[in-house]
Design a protein around this ligand. Structure first.
Ligand SMILES: NC(=O)c1ccc[n+]([C@@H]2O[C@H](COP(=O)([O-])OP(=O)(O)OC[C@H]3O[C@@H](n4cnc5c(N)ncnc54)[C@H](OP(=O)(O)O)[C@@H]3O)[C@@H](O)[C@H]2O)c1
Length: 308
């Protein structure tokens, strides 16, 4: 067992980083969940997490939260009012981490990274943040996942699986993706926090399988125990569903990202051979089939016949 670490977790009440909090608790560490709304972290508090109320956009609150921490799990929330503020949120976290003498920072880029930030702000800003981390002097490990399985809970996919046994996603049929469970990213993050000797590493990560759309649907068929087929969703339909969930305008940005991915897939790492990585960061990874089986209720009608 590694030393008990005090870890400040950004985004810990959300989809991408809540698994970091649960895994820290599981491994006997002390997570500090940074949130604007303590209510959202109640279950984590009940399970032993500390709660720190603050806003990533406000340097002072981030500063206070960083004091006394051993390590930081950094993730910039995917949907903030102005995505061009990603570097500002990161800068605040970095400045506070540096002042607090943090021994290790693990940054989850949330997705692929490209080196030309002007080509596409979403992917390029991540590289900007990586450069800031690398020049900050803070010991770091950077994890670069490709695409989350949790995206399939979105209203562009889940209702269609429940109602029509169709899995729509805005990616062309033959494109291969290394879908990863956010729980596995959480475990890899905690494993990285326990391996400070890997400081200075930039590690692309993915799920263990590299599948086309129809192969993804086949894994779902096995996991859910019924036949699911794949449907490459038109980008305008995807954008409309995103707007409905996250607010007007979000869909256009996300659809632009997927269009960019369609045109520039060769520039992005969406799957990696995890075997050598798992030797350094020992984590039991989830197959797509097992992930679907685990969430069978979320992809089923309620007993009343409604979509859950
Ligand atoms: N590559 C990919 O496939 C990819 C990448 C990114 C996201 N996604 C998908 O996008 C969805 C959303 O994921 P998510 O985890 O980014 O978002 P989320 O589940 O909406 O959670 C956002 C988190 O960020 C925190 N947050 C937001 N603004 C903040 C601020 N100003 N100060 C402090 N904390 C702030 C929230 O905390 P409080 O609200 O508690 O303050 C919350 O913990 C998921 O379905 C995920 O799979 C996919």
């Amino acid at each position: 067992m590694a030393d008990r670490l005090k870890v400040l977790v950004y985004g810990g009440t959300g989809s991408q980083s809540s698994p970091v909090v649960w895994e820290l608790l599981e491994r006997g560490h002390q997570p500090y969940v940074f949130t604007r709304n303590a209510e959202k972290a109640k279950a984590m508090q009940d399970a032993g997490a500390e709660i720190v109320v603050g806003d990533m956009g406000a340097l002072n609150s981030v500063r206070g939260a960083s004091m006394g921490m051993d390590a930081v799990s950094l993730m910039i929330p995917a949907f903030i009012p102005n995505p061009m503020d990603y570097p500002k949120y990161a800068q605040n976290a970095l400045q506070a981490a540096k002042e607090a003498g943090i021994k290790l920072l693990v940054y989850n880029t949330s997705g692929p990274v490209i080196t030309d930030e002007f080509q596409n702000p979403m992917y390029g800003l991540r590289n900007h943040i990586i450069q800031s981390i690398q020049s900050s002097g803070i010991p770091y490990i950077i994890l670069q996942p490709g695409v989350y399985l949790e995206n399939l809970f979105g209203p562009w996919t889940r209702p269609a699986i429940i109602e029509r046994s169709v899995l729509p996603y805005p990616v062309e049929e033959n494109t291969r993706l290394g879908w990863i469970a956010s729980e596995d990213v959480g475990k890899l993050t905690v494993a990285a926090l326990e391996h400070p000797e890997l400081a200075g590493s930039v590690i692309p990560i993915s799920g263990i399988e590299n599948v086309t759309g129809p192969e993804l649907a086949a894994a779902f068929s096995r996991g859910l125990g019924r036949t699911i087929t794949y449907d490459a969703l038109p980008l305008d339909e995807f954008a409309a569903a995103m707007d409905a969930m996250f607010g007007e305008g979000v869909g256009a940005g996300a659809a632009q990202g997927y269009q960019y991915q369609r045109d520039n897939g060769h520039r992005m790492t969406m799957w990696v051979d995890m075997e050598p990585i798992l030797q350094k960061l020992p984590v039991a990874m989830t197959s797509i089939e097992d992930w679907a089986r685990k969430h069978v209720l979320a992809f089923s009608r309620t007993p009343e016949g409604h979509t859950a």
